[in-house]
Write a protein that binds this ligand. Sequence first.
Ligand code: GLU
Length: 309
Amino acid sequence: MSGRFAPSPTAALHLGNLRTAVLAWLFARSTGRPFLLRVEDLDTLRVSAGGDVARQQLADLHALGLDFDVDVVWQSERREAYAAAIEGLDTYECFCTRREIADAPSAPHADGYRPYTGACLRLTAARRAQLASTRRPALRVRAGGERFTVDDVLAGKVTGEVDDFVLVRNDGVPAYNLAVVVDDLAMGVDQVVRGDDLLSSSPRQAWLAARLGGRPPGYAHVPLALNRDGVRLAKRDGAVTLADLATLGMDAGRVLALLARSLGLAAPAERVTLQQLLERFDPLQLPRHPWVVDPSDYSDAEVNRMSIT
Ligand code: GLU
């Protein structure tokens, strides 16, 4: 059984993504698991730069010293597996637009997600035919609001309602919630380490894994990196990618040191190796709050401090 990192190749990895990757590697290696890499490129297929971004992401992960077992899995090459998984599920077509779902009388979850209330199950044949002539349907799985509980190393037991979520979008692209589950099962992933923005999706995904005859993985949803305004870190927040940081004189080793310090695994200005981090790593001691990234904290100061060590 394995651990994995599964970036979407939409932009260069920033410090928050790199920190999650280091954590996923530490979780896997500290438990003797192979560590796998999957490129979640279903959405970026039409963007011709998607492949280049992915290759740069892989290069950045290698520059930090992270190593992966087995070949990289590209979701864009796995459409048959997603289609096969759908065959065995109880599904139905949904013609609802985003607007109609947003206007439906369902209470949004804490993260803003609106559970689907099954409007398309109640269509008359005439209305269905009318909609089918003007809109392409999405495909939903029939889950009927079942509740499902997952185990998370940091969050404990998390129970969520499983609505009739989308398996295939109305543009024909397999939905993230389907692809991630089919792939984790196929790759033997039993340890999912990722940003805690995805915690609320995990009961849905674990339910689907069980429905597909698999065993849901264990989870570790780790705190995100935020910018100074408390908003999820993004590339526009300054020097936050390896390429940006290199222009400040911070090589990958210094970036690893910065990440290690943010995790409480290194002293200020201490250079560390991944092997040392592995020896120090204790999941239960990890920070439980987001990491606030302020490039002015590390840029000059970091370079000055570290160049004298
Ligand atoms: N591809 C997703 C992302 O980059 C992560 C999916 C996952 O780890 O389950 O946010």
